[in-house]
Design a protein around this ligand. Sequence first.
Ligand SMILES: [Fe+2]
Ligand SMILES: [Fe+2]
Length: 346
Amino acid sequence: MRLPRPRGPVSRGVVDALRGDQDLDVAALTARVEAARGDVLHDEDLQLALWVCYELHFDGFEETDARVAGPDPEWDPDLLRLRAALEARLEERLRELTRDDVEAALAGSDDVAARVFAQAEAADGPSLGRFLQREATAEQFTEVLVHRSLYQLKEADPHTFVLPRVPGRAKVAMAEVQFDEYGAGRPERQHSTLFGDGMTELGLDRRFGAYVDDVPAVTLALNNAMGLLCLHRRLRGAAVGHLAALEVTSSLPCRRYVQGLRRLDLSPAMVDYFDEHVEADAVHEQVATRDICAALVAEQPELAEDLCFGVAVCLRMDELLAGHVLDRFRAGRSSLRADDVSEAVA
Ligand SMILES: [Fe+2]
Ligand SMILES: [Fe+2]
């Protein structure tokens, strides 16, 4: 993928450094990150900067892959220092956002799996699934898929980083879930490939990151939250909780997506993608809650609280994105940035 268009001074600093145009002024940029006002989850500049830092650990960028001189960007100490400042802001905000959810979860059942289900049931945000099932136009449906493409085209990859960090039974169960996500031995059945096939059928660009310039901060923040939890060993409990929340909140909404696509007579390949999740995730949610989450906490009880944190992060970020999309749709607007890119810095 190509580096995205910067959205402010911090993302510009990161992108310029990765292009090799300019050295990273880590002190000045870190100071900017620390001084940034407003809700960091909606900060276009900071979320894009962090997203670029994280993507260096996944598919990377054509511009950096082509570079022969200089430090390896993935492990450049200056970039990692700036990333740490961005992550500190994000984690602080996520902890604050989910504090009450975590407290309520811990005050509930002692059973770890039951607690995950209870957290998901307690979430009462706006339902994107219901809207897509009954009301969305084909254009709106496609837009939602564009938001989702930032995760779905690398589906399961963030959590794979967690595998070596969990012990015994939890690791085995997690490998089982990931095996399914990666197509259970059939490359053409990888969930990211199925999603890409649907995108192609809909006339969308299936290359990872093709739409990064179009999605707002909140979409990047949802992915950055996943990156934060999955790339830090210290947060492995939260990463596992996040995975479980994804699985627990998948089966029913995917059924709604299928019904919406059929109502609009859209892409059979995209129907296939969501259909696959109706059945698979009904199984995955059991494996994730009982064999991964409960097994992990049985071995490492100190992770119990962070596990609830990870569940809550997944649910709250989903809710924020759904809220953004539905607010825009109800106002007759697009949920993508094309509608409000007068602030484009590039
Ligand atoms: Fe999947
Ligand atoms: Fe799954």
